[in-house]
Design a binder for this molecule. Structure first.
Ligand code: PDD
Length: 283
């Protein structure tokens, strides 16, 4: 039977019972992470756990485990489910209490859950690229917090889905922020551009790895906002996320980016990313 973590216990996934009074369910009052697993090993788990604790601090939620204990719990979950390739989803909410917007008492225990999902790597997307659309970014002003409140992201992604596109590239006015569930990059004349880390975007863990890959391949990086118009003029555009990894974007709305094929720098970043995964597996 597939297992999940429910607070600090490993239970059968079919035995999970969640309260209708859980604040995650009623207010989206909680945070989450998605961690990739390659060949049974968690990728950049420390960075994801650090970001979870940062999100928790930002919403004044106290996680009742140390980072090391949480890491071990996730490790045990992957082992129990014999997960080879896929990801872990984990979330923590402010717990169960009668519905009232203000925080419950300090004695209310957060609700923690985590489960695993088998998922093949999207290699066809990596090879051929995907299409995207522009969507106005209507989200709140704390997109740096990996909050369970994803309604803006959900509506953007649905628009992309209805347009038969893989991703929605969100923009505030003319400025591109990030994808519905990814970070966005453009490359022009041998320089990589991406939105700086601030409250308008999530500090993607894959983005952090992309930055290392750029250093490795000696591709200069400019962390400055760029516009929709500039995006359409880029030599290459791509997105990154835990599940999508490095995915070229070959079309935005009706505009084909350059030749309509993944660009050479994107390919180099993909290769450097692949090396990072291989390093993980050697440890
Ligand atoms: N999404 N920006 C947003 C809005 C995201 O939802 C994500 C990831 C990212 C990329 O972050 P990372 O590289 O740490 O995965 C950027 C996850 C995968 C999700 O919600 O499923």
């Amino acid at each position: 039977m597939t297992k999940m973590l429910y607070n600090d216990s490993l239970i059968d996934i079919n035995d999970a019972k969640l309260s209708i009074n859980d604040r995650g369910f009623q207010f989206g009052d909680g945070i989450y992470e998605v961690i990739k697993v390659y060949d049974g090993s968690m990728f950049t788990a420390t960075e994801h756990i650090d970001r979870l604790y940062r999100s928790a601090d930002e919403i004044r939620l106290v996680i009742p485990y140390t980072k090391d204990v949480l890491h071990k719990m996730l490790y045990d979950l992957v082992e129990a489910n014999e997960l080879v390739t896929g990801h872990i989803y984990l979330q923590i909410t402010r717990g169960v209490a009668p519905r009232n917007h203000a925080f419950p008492t300090e004695f209310t225990m957060p609700t923690f859950i985590a489960y695993t999902q088998e998922a093949k790597r999207p290699i066809n997307n990596h090879r051929f690229g995907v299409s995207a659309i522009f969507v106005e970014d209507i989200r709140w002003l704390r997109c740096d917090i990996k909050s369970l409140n994803l309604l803006g992201n959900v509506l953007a992604k649905q628009k992309a889905h209805e347009a038969h596109c893989y991703e929605a590239i969100q923009h505030r006015g003319e400025i591109i922020t990030e994808g519905a569930s990814s970070n966005i990059y453009g490359i022009k004349d041998g320089v990589l551009y991406t939105h700086p880390i601030n409250n308008y975007i999530l500090n993607g863990i894959t983005r952090q790895v992309v930055m290392e890959c750029c250093k490795k391949i000696k591709l200069p990086v400019v962390e400055e906002p760029f516009t929709k118009e500039q995006a359409l003029q880029m030599d290459e555009v791509f997105l990154s996320s835990t599940t999508s990894e490095i995915t070229p974007i070959i079309k935005i709305d009706d505009t084909i980016i350059q030749s309509g094929e993944p660009g050479k720098y994107t390919r180099k970043i993909q290769l450097a990313f692949e090396e990072k995964i291989q390093q993980l597996l050697l440890v």
